[in-house]
Design a protein around this ligand. Structure first.
Ligand code: FAD
Length: 513
């Protein structure tokens, strides 16, 4: 063997140029590692999904004539740190070159860079990093897309991306429909119609793999669903999922993008994030498919545009923020929030119906849609003053699509405002009124959405006002929040004191909520 090419668990792109030729001197290396299962506690489905997809990828490579060395979690070497396993393979095969695709995580990027430098210095082997051929943008490209010293607004980034990649542009290179953004049309609540689309994803039986994972001692949480597993194994399954989404679901994506319901877990979201983040699908093909669905007349423009913005805009933008902000982004704590996560983050057993439903679903499916992550769980966490780093570890562990480059800016930046507004222009917080307007949980909840200080008052209400009050110094000058402070000023002192007292007692008893 001359060259070893390392493939990480989220680099399952069979169209990468690496695989266009077979070379008997090249050995592909894939490793299931305790180093990667143990850096946070993961949802069982996340571990199963990644290992199952890696195994399928290795099999497909072999079938195409490539040589693959695959380390399974039940083999002793899976306990070794990654770089030791790497060195062992390099020594055993006599390879002189190590190649790897750019890791998306800063942690692995730094680790491999440093290790390679040592290997080169000691003369053991040389190496190089190649592109992952996945994203629209290079890691640090955003720097050149914003004026020096200006705010990195998502909308500015997104418009440039639309122009650069000619997405939803008319013949004059103006945005289709005369607007860049149709968000104001995409805020409907869902009243049960149209019915939630059927889930056509195939089922897999991963019982044997799950037994191996458990026997290896990997600690996980959440429902494994090993016998009836719904996440795609490979590109063919992911493409089929994209197809049914584009035809049956995307038409309604826009209308109900911000909706919440206790009766529909997925609503009209795509469930494509796992396939995208493991690179089974490219963002380009997903965006192009959505644009084509609009051109074909079956999908309203606001739906296609809203969906495309998530991928061409948000997904690339948060990655840009990640690379600009690392290392150290995970330590931000603008509000100095220190509360531990309540125990019910691991059980879903809270009386707040919307929060219970979002967490229970996350434990069952390893997925929750954006509004559940942002406006239910994240909203509560921010109002309650939970520690943003602890929350980041929870989000990184629980979701099927959670990889640090995308999870961290979403959690620490967008959801918790812990970077002081680098990413979000104002904190995403709300009282019960918003949750009631966008969702249907309040009717069946033990708490009363209209009450603020009574024993049965919805906790979001008092917490909301006390959040603003306790952070007046940090937030009151923000022009986007002026309304809240004006409303606070208008309240009678006794009313305010009762609210704040209520919120303090809620925050002192989070486990009891
Ligand atoms: P859809 O609603 O169908 O959206 C389509 C695609 O757009 C998604 O698959 C995703 O690739 C992309 N997308 C949408 N919103 C975002 C966003 N804010 N940032 C980046 N990409 C986006 N997304 C992840 O992929 N991994 C994470 O670990 C993750 N953690 C999050 C944590 C918090 C606190 C919040 C508020 C959001 C997080 N998101 C994360 C973004 C978003 O919630 C998920 O991408 C989405 O719910 C995935 O489900 P879907 O594929 O059905 O998405």
């Amino acid at each position: 063997t001359h060259t070893v090419r390392l493939i990480l668990g989220d680099q399952l792109n069979p169209l990468h140029s690496w695989f266009s030729d077979t070379d008997p001197q090249t050995l592909y290396l894939m490793m299931e590692m305790r180093q990667e299962t143990d850096y946070v506690r993961h949802h069982a489905q996340k571990v199963i999904a990644i290992f199952a997809a890696m195994r399928a990828f290795a099999t497909a490579l072999r079938e195409r004539g490539h040589r693959v060395h695959y380390l399974q979690i039940n083999e002793a070497d899976s306990q070794l740190p990654m770089v030791e396993s790497l060195d062992a393979v390099m020594a055993r095969t006599g390879a002189s070159v190590l190649e790897y695709q750019e890791p998306d995580e800063w942690r692995l990027d730094a680790l491999l860079k440093e290790h390679l430098a040592q290997a080169e210095a000691s003369g053991s082997y040389s190496g190089r990093m190649v592109g992952s051929e996945h994203f629209y943008t290079e890691r640090h490209q955003a720097q050149s897309m914003f004026k020096p010293g200006s705010r990195w607004l998502m909308e500015t980034f997104y418009r440039q991306m639309r122009k650069r990649h000619a997405v939803l542009l008319d013949a004059k290179r103006e945005p289709e429909g005369g607007q860049w953004n149709f968000d104001s049309e995409n805020r409907k609540a869902w009243k049960g119609f149209p019915p939630e689309p059927e889930d056509f994803r195939p089922r897999h039986d991963h019982t044997l793999l799950w037994e191996q994972i458990q026997r290896a001692g990997v600690q996980t949480f959440g429902t494994p669903s090993a016998q009836s597993f719904r996440w795609p194994l490979d590109r063919a399954e992911a493409l089929a999922q994209l197809e049914t989404f584009a035809t049956d679901v995307l038409p309604y994506f826009g209308d109900f993008q911000d909706a919440l319901s206790g009766k529909a877990r997925r609503l009209f979201h795509s469930l494509l994030s796992f396939a995208l983040n493991t690179k089974m699908l490219s963002p380009q093909e997903v965006v192009e498919r959505a644009a084509r669905a609009w051109q074909g007349g079956g999908v309203p423009l606001p739906a296609a545009e809203g969906f495309i913005r998530q991928i061409l805009g948000w997904r690339e933008y948060v990655r840009a923020v990640y690379w600009a902000a690392m290392p150290g982004y995970e330590a931000h704590n603008f509000f100095d929030h220190q509360a531990e996560l309540p125990d019910w983050f691991w059980t879903g057993k809270t009386h707040m119906a919307c929060v219970s439903s979002a967490i229970t679903q996350s434990l069952d499916m390893a997925h929750a849609h954006h509004i559940q992550r942002l406006m239910v769980i994240g909203n509560f966490a921010l109002l309650a003053g939970l520690n943003p780093n602890a929350l980041h570890q929870w989000y990184l562990g629980i979701y099927i699509d959670a990889f640090e480059w995308v999870e961290l800016p979403n959690t620490v930046g967008m959801s918790q405002f812990a970077d002081g507004g680098g990413l979000a222009t104002k904190p995403y917080v709300s009282s019960a009124a918003y949750l009631d307007r966008m969702g249907d949980h309040c009717a069946g909840c033990r708490y009363d959405k209209k009450q603020k200080t009574t024993a049965d008052a919805c906790p979001f209400n008092a917490l909301y006002w006390e959040f603003y009050d306790r952070h007046t110094r940090l937030l009151s000058h923000n022009p986007r929040i002026g309304m809240a402070y004006r409303q606070l000023e208008k309240m009678q002192p006794e009313e305010k004191e009762a609210l704040f007292e209520k919120a303090r007692s809620l925050r002192a008893n989070l486990n009891a909520l």
